[in-house]
Design a protein. Structure first.
Length: 238
């Protein structure tokens, strides 16, 4: 299955971006995969994560938020025809398995000056040349399997995401009748590592509590359990 994003400003198509990499970043800074050079867009606004056949949009704590079909989201599994609104720009998600796209949903009207005024002080100072923006320091961590058939095995969490589940495409394989093909994912962000439930009746637990479809931050020495496996999350010193 192939997919892409079509970037528009109002009714004009600006560019098209095939989704082929594991992660596609969206933001105002030029280092992003999709750059949107507008004051309403945060430096690192959102990202697209590809997990098997799922394409997941995640807001990265942006100042002005990310909308899908006019609904504010933090994380959303994209479907063919979804309209993503970032500032006054839109990104239409197109899947090769989809059909005709419904009429475009227009974003709520908002004055440019209002959007400019709610940019964070740090971003505003950077734009005015009063501060030099620095790239966020990414943490490093690993997980060690402490029980189960793979006990003792260590996985370094250096990628943007690490998937856990039964399918061959998952980096960490877990067994269990009710474990999902892609049961959970650990994501690495500037703010730390987070774990999120994706699918399956059996949900992973974090320190004894079931995780949800909302990202939960992982703390050092946290215990993750799924199916036949028990893992310990180990945060490395900077």
């Amino acid at each position: 299955m192939s997919s892409k994003l079509i970037l528009r400003f109002k009714d004009a198509v600006i560019s098209e971006h095939p989704i082929v990499a594991e992660e596609t970043s969206i933001g105002r800074k030029p280092e992003n995969t999709i750059q949107i050079d507008n004051l309403a867009v945060s430096s690192h606004h959102a990202r697209i994560i590809k997990i098997g056949k799922k394409i997941i949009l995640e807001d990265l704590g942006s100042t002005n938020g990310t909308l899908v079909d006019n609904k504010l989201i933090t994380k959303h599994i994209l479907k063919h025809g979804n309209a993503i609104f970032i500032g006054k720009h839109s990104l239409t998600y197109i899947s090769s398995e989809g059909g005709p796209i419904a009429a475009k949903i227009e974003p709520a009207e908002e004055d440019d000056m209002d959007k400019t005024m709610i940019i964070s002080p740090k971003d505003r100072e950077a734009l005015l040349g009063k501060a030099k923006p620095t790239a966020p320091t990414m943490p490093l961590a690993s997980v060690q399997i402490i029980s189960g058939t793979q006990a003792g095995k260590i996985f370094e969490l250096t990628a943007a995401l690490t998937s856990i589940g039964k399918t061959d495409g998952c980096r960490i394989r877990a067994k269990g009748l009710l474990v999902g093909q892609q049961a959970a994912v650990i994501t690495r962000r500037p703010t730390g590592y987070h774990i999120t439930h994706l699918e399956g009746f059996s949900k992973a637990t974090l320190n004894g509590e079931s995780i949800t479809s909302q990202p939960t931050k992982l703390e050092d020495c946290a215990i993750i359990e799924l199916g036949d496996m028990r893992l310990e999350f180990l945060l490395k010193s900077p």
